[in-house]
Design a protein around this ligand. Structure first.
Ligand code: GDP
Length: 462
């Protein structure tokens, strides 16, 4: 039924790979890990590591000692060694980890020795790829690891953990099995219609509809998941002195943008990363966009225009105490039609409560006191068509979305064949395609080229 160079997880006859598994930076990190996986891992470990006394080389036991250059006998680092024999390891192969001192030098020398001893430098994601190929992880769990590492907010990390626990795999597998049940019924009728009880087409279509509905819900949830993972880029624009930098500081609670009374001093684009209501936001504070002869400021303005183009949303700030001015109106006109816009009145503390002077303004705040901050964040998410946390359980990534959309489209085609009352085998063609797309999400049936692409997005050492 499944065609082409597709395959499920297959054990590898592998060589031994090695990589630095921790982040590497000069002068940073007290511990760094060199990880090996493959049949020669233990032999390489024994060749390079000297464990004094009678420490046994048992699996899942930590050894203390030194890494030594076998050519010169030089001690390269004082380290710990962790041996995890197959199959009780992440890759289900023999794994050895050298826990070295951090920074750049020791860990890189240890890696060089490991490579000289016969290991090969691992490709990005190759450890996870082996875990997948050896049946330790399905593809959704492997991808969740990558998402966990790159998570920019707690919620994004929670979603990744749910993926790692197999939440997504179970949802997709259950849907796939429901389709397989229907496919089996239909295919049996194609071959043995006379020998079997009649098939109720309405029951089949109801089930296909139901699965399609669930897939569509998963696709809707995916955009929320993408928001939690990738966040939004929000450009803050406004006349000089309306309080853009103050707002940025208020939201990010740090002094990254210079707050000042002089108009036009925020000359460059200031980027701040923060997490509000679980959503990572990149705030772009633009220079006061206005006609000017000042060369440097003009540069800032050009960046602002670029920021407007790149933003997912624009927050136009104006000064309530000055009212909505012609300059504010001119700025509003700069915002591209397609980009969601939120108009916010600042310096509410200087006004008595009353109707907002700008008809479009949704929110009034005081960057000085922090009043209105929560409403601002909610309005911002709303204007981008998003909401904060909705207790999302699982979320598809881009690759998985494409496949879920393919499966939903195939089901629609199958339902179309049903609506036209075509014979059973016409129903099965697209149903089979839907089953296959869902199988590709979990990796039950997936081409090697796809696998390579999935794992190439991982970091090295994972
Ligand atoms: P920017 O040029 O738009 O970045 O404006 P700044 O953030 O530099 O603020 C300009 C001036 O307005 C500063 O003196 C701020 O202290 C003041 N300011 C900013 N927000 C508020 C506010 O909510 N209330 C009041 N009263 N003053 C504010």
């Amino acid at each position: 039924m499944i065609q082409g160079p597709l395959r499920g997880p297959q054990p590898l006859s592998a060589d031994t790979i090695a990589a630095i598994a921790t982040a590497v930076a000069a002068g940073e990190g007290s511990v760094a890990i060199v990880r090996l996986s493959g049949p020669a891992a233990e032999a390489i470990g024994r060749q390079l590591f000297v464990a004094p006394g009678r420490q046994p080389w048992d699996s899942h036991r930590v050894l203390y000692g030194h890494v030594r250059d076998p050519a010169t006998g030089e001690r390269v680092d004082e380290a710990l060694l962790l041996l995890m024999r197959a199959p009780r390891s992440f890759t289900r192969e023999d794994v050895v980890e050298f826990h070295c001192h951090g920074g750049l030098i020791c860990v890189q020398r240890v890696l060089e020795l490991v490579l000289a001893a016969g290991a090969r430098r691992a490709l990005p994601g190759e450890f996870s790829q082996r875990a997948f190929l050896n049946g330790r992880l399905d593809l959704t769990r492997a991808e969740a690891i990558s998402q966990l590492i790159t998570a920019r907010s707690r919620r994004a990390a929670q979603l990744a953990i749910a993926g790692l626990d197999g939440g997504l795999q179970r949802r997709i597998t259950a849907l796939r099995e429901r389709l397989l049940d229907q496919l089996a019924e239909l295919e049996a009728r194609v071959d043995f219609e006379e020998d079997l009880p009649p098939l109720d087409g309405a029951m089949v279509t109801a089930e296909l509809q139901a699965v399609r509905g669930e897939l569509e819900q998963l696709l809707v949830d995916a955009s929320q998941g993408q928001l939690l993972r990738e966040g939004l880029r929000v450009a803050i624009i406004g006349r000089p002195n309306v309080g853009k930098s103050s707002l940025l500081n208020r939201l990010s609670r740090c002094e990254r943008a210079i707050v000042t009374d002089l108009p036009g001093t925020t000359r460059d684009l200031v980027e701040s990363e923060l997490v509000l209501q679980g959503v990572p936001l990149t705030l772009l504070d633009t220079a006061g966009i206005r006609a000017t002869d000042d060369q440097v400021e003009r540069l800032g303005i050009e960046r602002s225009r670029a920021a407007l183009q790149a933003a997912d949303a624009v927050l136009l700030l104006f000064d309530l105490s000055a009212g909505w001015t012609a300059e504010d109106q001119a700025l509003r006109a700069l915002v591209p039609e397609a980009v969601p816009l939120l108009i916010v009145g600042n310096k509410a503390d200087q006004l008595d409560a009353g109707p907002l002077p700008a008809p479009e303004a949704e929110v009034r705040i005081s960057a000085l006191s922090g009043d209105g901050q929560e409403q601002l964040v909610e309005a911002l998410l709303r204007c981008c068509g998003r909401s904060g946390d909705q207790g999302l359980q699982v979320a598809l990534n881009g690759r998985q979305c494409e496949l879920a959309a393919q499966a939903a489209a195939s089901l629609a085609a199958s339902l179309e064949a049903a609506a036209q009352q075509l014979p059973w085998d016409f129903w099965t063609i697209d149903l089979r395609a839907a089953v296959r797309a869902l199988g590709e999400i979990t990796g039950e049936a997936v081409s090697e080229a796809v696998l390579d692409r999935v794992f190439a997005r991982f970091c090295i050492g994972k």
